[in-house]
Design a protein. Sequence first.
Length: 311
Amino acid sequence: MDPLSLLLQPPVFYPVVPYICTIFGGLQHGRMILVQGSVGSSAVRFQVDFQCGCSTRPRSDVAFHFNPRFSSSESHVICNTLRKDQWLDEVKFSGFPLRKGESFVLLFLFLADQVKVSISGRHFLDFRYRLPLRDVDTLGIYGDVAVKEISFLSNNPYHEAMTEYPLCQPLHHGHSEPLVPPVSRSFSMGLSEGHMILTRGLVTADPLEITFSLKSKNATPFNLTACFKEESLCYNYSMGQSWGEPQKIQTPFFVFHAERYFEILVLVESGMFRLAINGTPLGNFRPPELDLKSIDELKINGSAIIYTVKC
């Protein structure tokens, strides 16, 4: 499995520690986070916290606290959970394969009931959750560590069985120039069952609307509209000049935000379109008279900068 193909949100390079950032879409089964860095020759400890928010007073819950500690006798890792400002029973993992002054690649793989951690390509520990994984939406890194890169990885949200460790290699930022809408991609052979369309981009500073459309000569069987004024997300379709009734997509919160990255994934399966945004499935859409082979264009318009389009 190529980890570059699973990039969920753009990597962060050389963040200043302490560093706190949002995990877009939160943590879910199959989500992976890779941290590349090094510890200094005089390091005492550092920690990687997967938090339920970023509040400091009161402090946000920490679902998974990963805390390497370096001593003259033995390096080890303490794992724990902070709930309602109280630490639970800690778990100690000895034999930590990292010493002061060394570089590392940490990979955190989040499964339905536990997180797996590998260090420089070798599995090191499993830790069972004590708080719901769905509540985790923030990553925090603190202590005696220099971070070179943080990468956010995700498997196909519709195929959980695909979850596995990817090759534990540092990721590299792409060199392609961003695209300013309108952005268009053509399908010379039309669409077919199993076709996946992946778009990643950045919302502009003062957004109005973003549209994502799959079009044929006489129809638009898939039209997604994000309206920032109303904070609404709607699906619609057209057959000829006639549009259907807009279908509002219900989400706990508006999934697009000014100056934040996003990922739109559309999977063609069982004669319908399956939509996921930021790794979260948002519904299935089946327009009448769907002719996949006739769909010959993807068009993206509106208040965004587009970094990746994979068809």
